[in-house]
Design a protein around this ligand. Structure first.
Ligand code: SF4
Length: 356
């Protein structure tokens, strides 16, 4: 059996994907061993990214008020999640938050806007603020703003945008259960348009939306065909009031198997353990670093996530290294090795401490 994992690693090192049947077996097989699978996924991860981990900060610069009906999204039309809606933040706020992200050591600052897609006028304004962020801070800038066309892509590429995100989310056949206001083809067209204009693309998935394993395999292969260099793997956070809430399939082991399969199908891509990693991977969170080379900090579009310090500690404790602005996230050797109990001032339990 161990030869199978060794062969999968060899194939990935040669940029060959497993067959669809084998990928399905890796997701569902009762006889699959998690640690050898993660080790197989680690080989290409190590080849292309070493033990480095990219850390990203997501800034939701416009929240809610969306006319689209993506069932997983608390900003969608029809969602009763009760989130605070706000129109686009000012340039000053966006710049201030970019500085905070750079100071926190993030290698990427991702601007996210709700909505079907920006107008040309809005795109020009975004381009202006992207230019300013890039002039001032040593940080890559990514944008996710819905569907875009040629003119949008040209403006953004000219402004120096590093990457445009638009997730496929799930397979083509499962897509209509998730959203009715735009199609899978619309999503594909946005990714292809961005790539045609020289923008790097970022496109990923959301697991736990009622999809079958073959849907995950389908979308993994579709991303490979598109040669997407950055793949966020999100684990659906069940938010009350959304139309699509978690389907109950996301055990920590399934999430890890999916990350490994995504890596084996897309050996060279940046694989991001993204939204929901904290709640779904739980105590196995650090194992995500064997297939994935990137984590988000301080939360996602509308949900909380681990703080910068906790994420850095998870990375270092597992023997990995934060990539990016080393100046900003140097840690003293004492704090790296110190014993810490969250939320407690004393190591001793209150009922064993002698009264003065
Ligand atoms: S994912 Fe984007 S387009 Fe879909 S509902 Fe949420 S904000 Fe709107």
């Amino acid at each position: 059996m161990l030869e199978t994992y060794a062969r999968l690693a060899e194939q990935a090192l040669a940029d060959e994907a497993p067959s669809a049947d084998e990928a399905l077996w890796l997701l569902d097989g009762d006889d699959v061993e998690l640690l050898p699978l993660l080790q197989a996924a680690f080989e290409p991860r190590k080849k292309y990214f070493g033990r480095k981990v990219m850390v990203q900060v997501l800034n939701n610069v416009q929240n809610g008020l969306c006319p689209e009906d993506c069932g997983y999204c608390s900003q969608a039309k029809g969602s009763e999640s009760g989130i605070r809606k706000y129109p686009i933040k000012s340039d000053e706020e966006i710049l201030k938050e970019a500085e905070q992200a750079a100071r926190a050591g993030a290698s990427r600052y991702c601007l996210a806007l709700s909505g079907r897609g920006p107008t040309i006028e809005r795109t020009r304004k975004l381009a202006n603020v992207i230019r300013q962020v890039k002039d001032r801070y040593p940080i890559e800038v990514c944008l996710t703003a819905g569907l875009i066309g040629d003119e949008h892509a040209e403006i953004l590429a000219e402004a120096g945008l590093d990457r445009l995100n638009h997730n496929l989310n799930t397979s083509e056949s499962h897509y209509e259960k998730i959203c009715s206001t735009h199609s899978y083809a619309d999503r594909l067209a946005t990714i292809e348009t961005a790539a045609r204009h020289g923008l790097e693309t970022c496109s990923g998935i959301i697991m736990g939306m009622g999809e079958a394993s073959h849907d995950l395999v389908d979308v993994g292969f579709r991303l490979r065909e598109l040669a997407v260099p950055s793949i966020p793997v999100n684990f659906l956070v069940p938010i009350d009031g959304n139309r699509v809430t978690s389907d109950g399939t996301l055990t920590p082991e399934r999430c890890l198997r999916a990350l490994a399969v995504m890596r084996l199908i897309n050996p060279r891509a940046e694989i991001r353990a993204a939204g929901g990693r904290e709640g779904h991977l739980r105590s196995l969170g650090a194992l995500a670093l064997w297939p994935a080379n990137s984590l988000f900090v301080e939360g996602y579009l509308t949900t909380r996530g681990d703080a910068v310090s906790d994420t850095y500690r998870l990375i270092r404790d597992a023997g990995f290294e934060v990539e990016g602005n080393a100046l900003y996230h140097a840690e003293s050797p004492e704090s790296a090795s110190s014993f810490r109990l969250e939320g407690s001032e004393s190591i001793l339990k209150p009922d064993v401490v002698r009264n003065a």
